[in-house]
Unconditional design. Sequence first.
Length: 291
Amino acid sequence: MKHHLTDLAYDHCRKIASEHYENFPVGSILVPSDKRKYIYSVYAFARYADDIADSPTLDKIEKIRRLGILGEELLKIEEKNPASFRDETKLIFEALKDTIGAVGIPIQEFKDLLSAFKQDSEGMLYENFDQLIDYSSRSANPIGHIVLNVFGYHKEENGEMFQLSDKICTALQLTNFWQDVSEDLKMKRVYVPTDNMAKHKYSINELNNKIENDNFREMIKDLCQMTAELFKQGIRLPELTKGRLKLELRATINGGRLILKKISEMDYRVLSKRPKLTTFDKFSIILKAFK
């Protein structure tokens, strides 16, 4: 009976992943089929928490309350107690519990993700680039750690690998910020640091009014260049891994760098158009990963 429930749980997570993912490496043909279910469960958990943080109908207090309940459910997994949920959310936690046990993922990785979602719910402004790095250490870096765990790598024996992963995951998170400046504004979120605005003589009021002048473009260019440097610092990551993961990491890094390239080719006009990867781009990225 338990195996049947676990199978149902993983299938539920697979459906969530197939319906929603874009940049997250879910179900990639480069991920071996026996490992995909673990990636699905992690994605489903992150998607569920993200939907709470992004909800236009919930106020800040309710978002934080609901995210707190997810934290309590993580504690139950840690203490090997049954989940409280009785709806389909129970399936997400059933799959997550199995994944954590099978792969050996530290529960702290999921707690860090929840911390970042709570921070998004607060709607804070970021004063400098270091604060974005701190946010990314909880919003993105845990995903990299988890993927490495799924492929059998753990921090105790592979410290350098995890450090390089943090550079890449932070770079991917920042790339997503510059890709989604306009989309984030709709949710009253601003990830452009205020000190960077001051440096380029651009104001939060101008950003809210979507003024895309020379100062704005120079500001985004500056942020993209700092992000590109993080990709360079982590570029050796795939070569420390083996097999399909090496290919997956190459493809993920190539995809992030290509988004930065597209932003550059748009002359950093990310308020008027959102850069994204085409189907041709995605095929090219996969082919390039084999070279």
